[in-house]
Ligand binder design. Structure first.
Ligand SMILES: Cc1cc2nc3c(=O)[nH]c(=O)nc-3n(C[C@H](O)[C@H](O)[C@H](O)COP(=O)(O)O)c2cc1C
Length: 182
């Protein structure tokens, strides 16, 4: 299976926990995940991203959209990576977090999915259906977001069990997609 790059930018730690949980779920499903913190654009392993079969993108939702730190990464990719179609046909997906259950997080995922389309990438959404449809799955995909992964802010430095499980399932889903199409 080809490499799965998980790019992210986080301010206070939640998105880092989410990226790690996604990586855990993906590894359990047989993928080879690589965490790529984009907070220092000069330190980003661009060759790894070019080699990867899938690139996931994670940003906290700030003011109803992608945080500036992640947007800087998006914008720099709009130079030669975009014009030379270097990420074309890679699988893509997105994840975000916010303090509120809705919190306009969908707008962040929409921006990330449009970004993937700009790069001619192929988007993979979240599949998990939680409560109340399946009452025993309390906390799983609690905001009912399917465009990508949307979770709530970590408390006490920990993701809730439901958010952690949702992130792991999303990692496993992308690993499965990579196995099938990557
Ligand atoms: C400037 C700013 C704007 C924010 N805007 C939103 C928002 O629109 N919706 C939301 O649900 N949470 C919002 N939050 C809360 C963060 O998304 C939340 O605390 C998240 O866990 C931060 O992720 P991080 O720990 O990776 O930085 C905002 C936080 C900050 C600092």
């Amino acid at each position: 299976m080809s490499k799965l790059a998980i790019t992210y930018w986080g301010g206070s730690g939640t998105i880092t926990l989410v990226a790690r949980a996604i990586a855990g779920g993906a590894a359990e499903a047989g993928a080879e995940p690589y965490l790529v913190d984009v907070s220092d654009l000069g330190a980003v392993d661009w060759a790894l991203l070019e080699e990867a079969g899938a690139i996931l993108m994670g940003s906290p939702t700030y003011m109803g959209g992608v945080a500036a730190g992640f947007k800087a990464f998006m914008d720099i990719s709009g130079e030669t990576i975009w014009s030379e179609r270097r990420w074309k046909d890679k699988l893509a997906g997105g994840f975000t977090c916010g303090i509120q259950q809705a919190g306009d997080k969908l707008a962040t995922l929409q921006a990330l999915s449009v970004f993937a389309a700009q790069h001619a990438m192929l988007w993979v959404g979240q599949e998990a259906i939680g409560a109340p449809v399946f009452p025993e799955r309390v906390g799983l995909n609690s905001s009912g977001t399917f465009l990508g992964l949307a979770v709530e802010r970590a408390l006490d430095g920990q993701l809730s069990a439901g958010c952690d499980a949702s992130a792991r399932l999303y990692g496993a889903r992308v690993a499965g997609a990579l196995n099938r199409w990557g």
